[in-house]
Ligand binder design. Structure first.
Ligand SMILES: [Zn+2]
Length: 494
């Protein structure tokens, strides 16, 4: 359906069929590095072929100064990455075709127009950024370094200092002006928003619409969930202390009653993890995972500490047949996580400003970190909701879960038996479980099952043509094909 000069991360992620043909590359000349990549639609004989061009960033150090790393806004999403800024069409494009004009504005974080998505007279489109780089910025949370560029941090600190120091002496209109500037500065730093940050998924929806429009027909991809289910609900628990270990039934009891399975992450050397408790959970169909080694703030403190503690963690992983990892206090380092040797990690949140290491990958779908599957935590943690924010009930949980259900996402809950003695928390958990118990659209899955499915999906391709598409690969028995339309970001069933 498409051919591309270069691997396109968005197509790879959603398993949209395409072929890589390096010959399609558009360079700045025979000796210059490839600066613009091209995806071309392949129609039948006589069909018009249209292209999506995008700015390559494989080697950011080789990018010209007009490609600026920053925080930008396009339509309904914020994104971070290198953008070809400026009001003039990039020179490479004029060698490709003519009639380029700005089709959509890209703003910087102050709201000024800095760049554009370009379109030519034949309907070809140029993205002045690399969607693959943008996805990686979110997934790895590397965008937080963009946000916290030394200049921005210094600027904001000076603004706050100036405002509070100077306030009593300033005339009222100036005070108000400074106050508004300060609020704007605060607003700018409030990314990701909470409890829902849908920038990354709005970007996906926009790209789906764009490629379907180029193709002039619905674009097939491998459905996000198996067996025709439209979303996933995953229950996980971290057991912090001996008190929690002796209170598993506060959470496991309601699950048993309502027919749920769940995953339990234990800390091997902080309290005694009795083998018979592990065995009983597994006999009930539950999963057991590793929650650091000592939970003392140092398990993932440095590469040296990881090297020292990892063999013991691996030993317990083998003993418990654990394939999943949850970092204590969700402490995480992108490059480190795959080296822990687990099939999946679940230490990133889609958005969580309340954790000791705040942030958010902005994804409510699984994704890969090297060869490891990352399963983001997508509901606020029990401690945040009931202890910090003093919520009286599970309303935020249920509304967020319903939002994710509508958006075909993964609801991954993290609760702790250690806090379940709080009746608001216990009742809240019950209402969450009860709400989706008999939903026919949901996939009730253990995290290890989601990780396996995500691997199968990533190892499968859609093949065929016209109205005749099929999945080839390990996802073919349980996977379904869906289609994205140009005029709607909502994909329809295939
Ligand atoms: Zn913990």
């Amino acid at each position: 359906m498409f051919e591309s000069s270069y691997p396109f991360a968005f197509f790879d992620y959603f398993r949209i069929p395409y072929t890589v043909r390096p010959g399609l590359a558009i360079g700045d000349g025979p000796r210059a590095p490839v600066s613009v990549h091209q995806i071309r639609t392949m129609g039948g004989p006589g069909a018009v072929s249209r292209s999506l061009l995008w700015q390559g960033t494989a080697d950011p150090s080789a990018l010209p100064a007009s490609r600026q790393l920053g925080r930008y806004r396009l339509r309904d999403f914020t994104f971070f990455g290198h953008v070809a800024v400026g009001a003039a069409v990039p020179g490479t494009l004029s060698r490709f075709s003519h009639g380029w004009h700005p089709a959509e504005q890209i703003l910087d974080s102050a709201g000024h127009v800095r760049a554009a998505v370009w379109q030519d007279g034949d309907g070809n489109i140029f993205l002045p950024f690399d969607p693959g780089e943008v996805m990686q910025q979110f997934w790895s949370e590397r965008y937080r370094l963009v946000e916290r560029s030394p200049m921005a941090v210094r600027g904001r600190a000076a603004l706050v200092r100036g405002y509070y120091l100077a306030r009593p002496a300033l005339p009222r209109p100036l005070q108000l002006r400074l106050r508004r500037a300060f609020t704007r500065a605060q607003g700018r730093t409030s990314f990701p928003s909470w409890p829902v940050e849908d920038s990354l998924h709005n970007l996906y929806a926009w790209l789906f619409g764009l490629v379907a429009q180029l193709a002039g027909r619905p674009v097939p991809f491998v459905d996000l969930w198996p067996e025709g289910r439209s979303w996933a609900l995953v229950l996980t628990h971290d057991v912090e202390t001996d008190v929690g270990f002796r209170s598993l039934d506060l959470l496991r009891g309601p699950e048993r009653q309502l027919g749920y399975r769940s995953s339990w992450n234990f800390v091997p050397l902080r309290y005694k993890v009795a083998d018979d408790v592990v065995r009983k959970l597994q006999e009930e169909g539950c999963e057991v995972g590793v929650h650091g080694l000592r939970h003392d703030g140092h398990d993932l403190g440095s590469k040296r500490l990881v090297a020292k503690r990892l063999p013991a963690m691996r030993e317990y992983a083998d003993r418990w047949q654990a394939v999943g990892f949850r970092s204590p206090s969700t402490q995480r380092q992108w490059e480190l996580m795959p080296t822990l040797g687990f099939e999946y990690d679940s230490s990133y949140s889609d958005t969580d400003p309340y954790e000791p290491q705040p942030g958010g990958c902005c994804s409510y779908l699984p994704y890969f970190n090297a060869s490891m599957v990352e399963l983001p935590i997508t509901l606020p943690q029990d401690h945040t909701l009931f202890a910090i924010l003093q919520n009286p009930d599970a309303d935020v949980w249920i509304r967020k879960a319903q939002f994710l259900r509508e958006h075909h996402g993964m609801v991954l809950a993290l609760t702790h038996p250690d806090y379940a003695a709080d009746p608001r928390m216990a009742e809240g958990y019950w209402s969450l479980l009860e709400c989706f118990r008999s939903d026919p659209t949901v996939w009730h899955a253990l995290p290890r099952e989601v990780a396996t499915w995500w691997r199968q999906r990533a190892g499968s391709v859609v093949r065929g043509a016209g109205d005749n598409w099929r999945i080839e690969g390990p996802a073919s028995p349980s996977g379904r094909i869906r289609f994205a339309d140009a005029d709607s970001s909502r994909a329809r069933e295939g």
